[in-house]
Design a protein around this ligand. Structure first.
Ligand SMILES: Nc1ncnc2c1ncn2[C@@H]1O[C@H](COP(=O)(O)OP(=O)(O)O)[C@@H](O)[C@H]1O
Ligand SMILES: [Mg+2]
Length: 398
């Protein structure tokens, strides 16, 4: 049972928060006016009648300076109380940095949809729980699935599949999926998702954002499908100064905030990809239906196994499948020495969705490519989601 203290004059916000709490966690809500935020932290906590406060939620009608001052005071005097700030926007890196310094656990935008608000609430409760029961925290924290989509060749559908996988997973885990563009020179995740990002991976890796997962979120773009995206650099030269360590660190931070980190990669086995593979829990190998593609995949697998970088989960996808190619799925399986898990046929509609910037799984045409992509999503979605849900529940309720 968690106790929330909401500081705002807004009754509509109170109702929205109450509805979210009712759907997310066992908990009760007590509201005090925005003016209370100027009082000393101890006095603010005493305003909550009845039960002691676990989570303080500061409304957008409290001035930012006052909110940050209160949060810092609470961090010092009541460190096991979590603070959530509801601000006009959560896309201002400066605000996110100040919020982090003030010990604020999460910033939700004032117009957050119920899923996003619920997520902030669940996270705050989980943070309180971790602070109060540090011993159980590690075992209770669900581990993110870090999925890297890779192939030694270009043009085989990595970006198409990574973006569709992210959109499909966001159906089971809304707001909990981030797609990362690791094709640092010619990445096109932004274009595949019709995004014009304000910040890109280089901004995130070079700035203090990389030090904190909450701040890092301000550097992500968001799609209408509930997917977050860390897009590739604007020009190929921009990527020159990004080190593999920086990439690894960014992925580690994203894995704290999200349930699924889907990484789209560049052709080949560059050092940035190797850094990503060190953190990868499942690799999705994309192979075309031609001899060079199959051989390339086989060689890449051999190199990674020498480097001991073959991720635990392995999923093999044959994309652009075409009966007239002269190769069969059986031929590919015997060369790779492993079963092909998903076959995605060459489809006329996929290039159309690429050109429109609307992933095929989001635009609703249920052709055989749609079925193939859905099957890939299901390999991660269904069972995994059940497991995460149980872990979340345990963590939040304990
Ligand atoms: N199953 C498919 N059927 C038809 N076209 C596809 C299919 N998968 C990908 N494509 C198209 O192939 C092109 C290259 O795909 P992309 O995902 O960018 O490859 P990569 O990221 O491996 O370079 C895109 O125009 C995309 O629309
Ligand atoms: Mg690509």
């Amino acid at each position: 049972m968690s106790r929330f203290l909401l500081i705002t004059d807004s009754h509509p916000l109170e109702s929205r928060l109450q509805a979210c709490i009712d759907s997310a966690v066992p908990g009760s809500l007590y509201r005090v006016g925005a003016g209370a935020a100027s009082q000393p932290p101890g006095d603010v906590l005493r305003r909550s009648l009845g039960e002691p406060t676990d989570v303080v939620v500061i409304g957008p009608d409290v001035a930012t300076d006052t909110a940050l001052r209160l949060a810092s005071g609470l961090a010092a005097s009541a460190p096991d109380v979590a603070v959530v700030l509801i601000a006009e926007s959560d896309e201002d890196p400066e605000l996110m940095r100040s919020a982090m310094r003030a010990g604020i656990r999460d910033v939700a935008p004032a117009d957050a949809d119920p899923a996003a608000l619920r997520l902030a609430i669940e996270r705050a409760c989980a943070a309180v729980d971790r602070r109060r029961h540090p011993a159980d925290a590690d075992s209770a924290r669900p581990r993110a699935e870090v999925i890297t989509v890779l192939s030694p060749k270009g043009g085989v559908g990595k970006t198409t599949i990574a973006t569709n996988l992210a959109v499909g997973l966001a159906r089971v885990a809304p707001q909990r999926v981030v797609v990362v563009d690791l094709d640092l020179q010619f990445g096109d995740v932004a274009s595949a998702l019709n995004l014009e990002p304000e910040h890109v991976i280089t901004d995130a890796a070079h700035n203090a954002a990389a030090q904190d997962s909450v701040v890092l979120k301000a550097y992500l773009a968001r799609t209408e499908h509930g997917v977050y995206a860390l897009c590739g650099p604007r020009t190929p030269a921009e990527a020159d100064h990004l080190s593999p360590e920086q990439i690894g660190f960014v992925i580690d931070q994203l894995a704290v905030e999200f349930d699924y980190v889907v990484i789209d990669s560049a052709p080949g086995l560059g050092e940035h990809l190797l850094a990503a593979l060190e953190r990868t829990t499942a690799a999705v190998w994309i192979c075309g239906m031609d001899v060079p593609s199959v051989r390339g995949t086989n060689n890449a697998l051999a190199v990674l196994s020498e480097l001991q970088l073959v991720p635990r989960g392995r999923h093999t996808v044959v994309n652009l499948a075409d009966k007239r190619s002269g190769l069969t799925i059986g031929d590919i399986e015997s060369t790779l020495g492993a079963p092909v898990d998903v076959v995605i046929p060459r489809s006329r509609t996929v290039p159309l969705s690429t050109n429109r910037g609307i992933p095929h799984l989001a635009d609703g045409r249920h052709d055989s490519a749609f079925r193939g992509l859905s099957k890939l999503v299901d390999r991660f979605g269904a069972e995994e989601q059940q497991r995460l849900r149980q872990l979340h529940r345990r963590e939040v309720v304990a």
